[in-house]
Structure formats: structure tokens, C-alpha cells
Write a new protein. Sequence first.
Length: 348
Amino acid sequence: MSAFYLEFRDPLFSIIIFFVLLFVISFFSYWWGRYKKREDHRHLDRFLSQFRSLPSKSELQTLISKGEISEKSWLLLARAYFKNGDYEKSIEIYNELLRIVDESHRRDILFLLGKTYFRAGFLQRAKELFLEILKYNPRTPQALNYLLLVYEYMRDYKSALEVLEPLDEMQKEVERDSIYLHLLALLSDSSKSEQEKARLLVLIYKKDAKFAHMIYEYLFRVDPRLAWENLDTSICERIVDILWSVEKKDLDLDIISQNGYLRELYTAQGCVSLAKSSTTFEFDVLIALQGRANATLTFEYICESCKQSYPFAFNRCTHCHSLDSMQVTLGLTKHYYRNFCEENNSFQ
Ligand SMILES: [Zn+2]
């Protein structure tokens, strides 16, 4: 049996002990390294999570009331939240600031809060705040401008038109707003028929020649014949998307044949064959293709004032609130529903 046991003084015993110790030390060293690495990660995660999660309302109340951070810093933070679309946090900060600011800054905070409510879609709250500002400071054009927008979004066009009076007295440009509000009031007037509204729109356009896209969109939708009869051919490029979508049965070939742009547009569409080429690149490509490929036009709408682009038509830019500033740009794309459209536009 003794052959199976190593003696205490046997050199082999010392070697085995050495390797066992080496293994134990290596194992603990490896385990400790992994443990430290995991702890470091956790610490970093905990640290970063402070910045990822937004402060709660009570935390904001405590921080703002303590006054450790300057009012300007809070305003910058509220503005950052506003820009990121986190209107709730922005509103909480402004509401807390209103508790501590002095009277000289109260109007500014009220205005910023009203703007945030407006952007967040709380129109009634925004209206109350702008009216409160105007109650003590009636000659505040910024508040009047926003109150005008609030009434417009609430479809209270009568009140919106009343807001134009003090703005006009302060020598502010209100002509476009006035025309636009009258147009909106007319289109929402349920006591008038569609034909009556169309006739009135023609008269308004003849008088001011503004809001062409808005007016012709309604005319071509409700009464294409009246639209063709009163078409202002000088603004065809501004309403190219409307002209492009007019149904084949509603086209007026006499008027189309007399205007170069319309000839190229409807030749590009394949409805007529009155042009061999076009100075407009997109039309030229479509005319050259002559229906051999499934291609059609796409439209993008750009605000001339702020250069913001939209996939849909607009009368008032939602970014800079400019009126009648839309420009239509053309593009080419695959016509996925060509066969379907041709069937529906067919005379047969
Ligand atoms: Zn704009």
C-alpha cells in the first residue's frame, strides 16, 4: 500500500504542492480580475443611467427651489427638452420657474410656457397663457402672433381675425394672414354650397392672386371646368401636383394646347402628344420614355422661408409659420399603380 502514497519528504510531493498552489493563485487572480471588471461595468452603467433617465417632477421641484442652479441654466435645459420634443419636462421646468422668478421675468417664462403648450397641442392652455400675457402687456406682438395661431388651429377664425387688429395697429404685416383666415372661414362655412364657395374663391384669387395652391386645389376637386376657365397659367409650376392629378376626363385640351408648360406636362403624363421634349428635366425624361417604363412624378414641398421640406402640401409652414411659402419640387419614381390608374382613367 505504501507504494501508492508519497512520502512527505519526497521531492515529487513538493512539486505537486507547488503546482496546486500555482493553480489556486491563478484561479483566484483570474476570478478577481473578472469580478473587478464586472464591478467597473456596473459602476459605469449606474453613472450613465443618471443621464439617461429624466429627473422626476419632485426632483425638479427640489432642485429648482434650492436655487443651486441658475435660472439661465434651467431655461437652457427647458429649451433643450423642447427641441427634443420632450414637452412634458419642458413644461414642468417652466411651471417650477414661475414659482420662483420675479415679476420682470414672469412674462418671458409665461410666453415660453405658452409656446411649449402650443407645440405640444394643448391649445386651450396655450390660449389662456397668451391672454394672460396680453391682459397686462397688450402690445406684445409675439404673444399676439401665437394667439392668432392658437385661434387658427382651434378653427376660431372670427377671434383670429380680431387678433389682426392690434397687430395692424402696431404696423405688422397682416395682409396674408387676413386673406388666409378669410379663405379658411369661407371653406368651413357650412351655409354655402361647394359651387358657391368655388365661385367666391375665383373672385378672391382674381383680387389678390395669393394662395394659388389652396384655391386651385379646391377648384379642381369641386369644379374642374370652372378651374380650367379661370386658370392663371403663370402659376402652373406652383400647382403642378394639382394639374398632374386632374383626371383625364376633366382635362381641357383647348387650354392645354395653348400653353407650352401644360403641353409638356400632359405629354409627359401620356394623356396627349403635343410636345417632343421639355426644358423641365423630369418631363423630358417621361416624354423620352413615352410609356415604355413604369415611371411617374413625385412631389416634394419646400418652404421658401425656412427650407423645411414636407411630403405633403401646406398653406402655413408648421416650422416657421410662414404663409403661402410653399414651393413644389419634382422627382421621378417607379409608377407602382400604373395599370390600375389607366383602367380608372380610361374613357371605356
Ligand atoms: Zn417654413
